[in-house]
Design a protein around this ligand. Structure first.
Ligand SMILES: Cc1cc2nc3c(=O)[nH]c(=O)nc-3n(C[C@H](O)[C@H](O)[C@H](O)COP(=O)(O)OP(=O)(O)OC[C@H]3O[C@@H](n4cnc5c(N)ncnc54)[C@H](O)[C@@H]3O)c2cc1C
Length: 425
């Protein structure tokens, strides 16, 4: 078939970012014998839905260092931005989306200008059909023209639209938040995830427990690769005694310092109008001061924020799943308590206990009744997870020994346990 009609023609349908980049790579890779026909009714090339905007507030959701058109030259877009848009741009900056459209458009223009490359034809029509004819394709255009091609690339994008929305939410749907009036009250954003996060703030624990910070950083790298991860040393926490008043006072002091640190980081590290994620350990609803801290940041108003809480997997949930037991039993309440209250003698006859936050030296299992059943776990949900279960009188020594050994080996320990206490114990 060599030399037949369409033998040296490739049609690319859609001149958004994908179609235009494909056309530009094809034009560069093929010799002048070839013709690349880029078809799209849009009057723009390389912009499509995402990069047609001219609004400077519409930023890329990936930093400049992550948007290169050339996988082997990851800084290509970043260098282009510095040369053609803003010389002060940094690799981690989020530049306006229209700049990316100009970049894609310019790549195709440069590729098409070089005489040693394939020829480019841009047709401003819609493709109405593609038919196979032998080893060729016949591409029909909305103006009645047909193009015979050896290969066809479909790069027609996805139309976000709002057709998916149930009819009965009609008037409440805001299809375009940039041009439509927003209703008063809470808004539900559909179709965002961690990709809406610009910055992840991580406060590193002092000492060996920094491993916990690394785990959060790994999560951010996996699920929010576009976000800048900012690590800072956590505020110093003075260890209080198990005496309730002293404990509460030192905890409050630490939270105040943390609050000031978060305010400083949000003001200094998060771009105007940007999103920030604070990754709590486990579920932010259990024993984690983050919710309280963020609420106070919002109230103080030193940095303007609106905020939301995303649930996580709590240590008790990871514990009961690991032991394949339930936290609750029929007719039996459960209390979640720090170990110092078990040590101080929290009555166990009325409820089973989920015990968290054991102190360095004291352990609630020491104070638990012999005839209670304990489900103990350390480093839950991690590769180092350790589990012990049984009658407290039988496994107490084993738990205390393993806890000491593990703590010695890793330099830190976090454990949680469920105490099922016989009524009256
Ligand atoms: C608001 C928004 C912001 C985004 N921001 C980013 C970002 O910052 N970074 C990122 O990596 N990604 C972003 N994306 C994802 C983005 O969609 C992709 O990066 C990329 O732009 C998709 O390009 P595309 O060419 O596949 O689709 P589109 O841009 O949708 O282009 C498809 C083209 O095909 C044409 N077409 C359709 N049917 C026909 C037909 N029958 N005949 C001829 N032409 C046809 C259309 O006219 C259109 O021009 C964003 C998306 C949206 C919606």
């Amino acid at each position: 078939m060599a030399g037949g009609e369409g033998d040296c023609c490739v049609v690319v349908v859609g001149a958004g970012a994908a179609g235009t980049l494909t056309a530009s790579h094809l034009v560069t890779a093929l010799s002048p014998r070839y013709r690349v026909v880029l078809v799209d009714p849009a009057g723009t090339t390389g912009r499509g839905t995402a990069y047609s905007t001219r609004d400077e507030r519409h930023l890329l959701n990936v930093p400049a260092s992550g948007m290169s058109a050339f996988p082997r030259d990851p800084e290509h877009f970043f260098r282009w931005v510095r040369r053609h848009h803003d010389a002060a741009t940094q690799p981690q900056d989020f530049v306006p989306r229209h700049v990316y459209g100009s970049y894609v458009e310019s790549l195709l223009e440069s590729a098409a200008e070089f005489p040693g490359n394939a020829r480019l034809e841009r047709k401003e029509h819609a493709v109405t059909g593609v038919e196979r004819r032998g080893d060729r394709f016949v591409v029909r255009l909305s103006n009645g023209e047909s193009v015979v091609a050896r290969a066809v690339v479909l790069a027609t994008g996805t139309r976000p639209g709002t057709d998916w929305a149930p009819a009965n939410i009609g008037g409440h749907l805001v299809a375009d938040p940039w041009t439509e009036q927003l209703p008063k009250g809470d808004l539900l954003l559909v179709g965002t995830g961690l990709t809406m996060v610009d910055v992840v703030l991580l406060l590193a624990k002092r000492g060996a427990a920094d491993e916990l910070t690394d785990a959060r950083a790994a999560l951010a790298a996996r699920f929010a690769p576009q976000a800048t991860v900012v690590r800072r040393q956590d505020a110093h926490r003075q260890r209080g005694t198990t005496e309730e008043g002293h404990y509460l006072q030192t905890t409050q002091q630490w939270r105040d310092e943390r609050l000031a640190l978060y305010e400083e980081l949000i003001a200094g590290e998060v771009p105007d109008g940007g999103s920030v994620a604070l990754l709590a350990w486990g579920d932010p609803g259990i024993y984690d001061g983050t919710v309280d801290t963020v609420e106070r940041i919002a109230e103080r108003g030193n940095v303007a924020i609106s905020w939301t809480v995303i649930p996580g997997i709590s240590a008790p949930a990871a514990l009961t799943a690991a032991h394949r037991v339930t936290m609750t039993r029929t007719g039996r309440p459960v209390a979640v308590t720090p170990a110092r209250q078990v040590i101080a003698g929290t009555p166990t006859e009325r409820a089973d206990l989920v015990v968290m936050l054991d102190g360095a030296d004291a352990h609630g299992v020491d104070a638990a009744p012999d005839d209670a059943t304990v489900y103990w776990g350390a480093y839950l949900g991690t590769p180092d997870e350790a589990l012990v279960s049984g009658r407290v009188g039988d496994v107490r020594e084993e738990i205390l020994r393993r806890r000491a050994e593990l703590r010695e080996r890793k330099g830190w320990i976090m454990d949680t346990y469920l105490l099922r206490c016989p009524p009256g114990s």
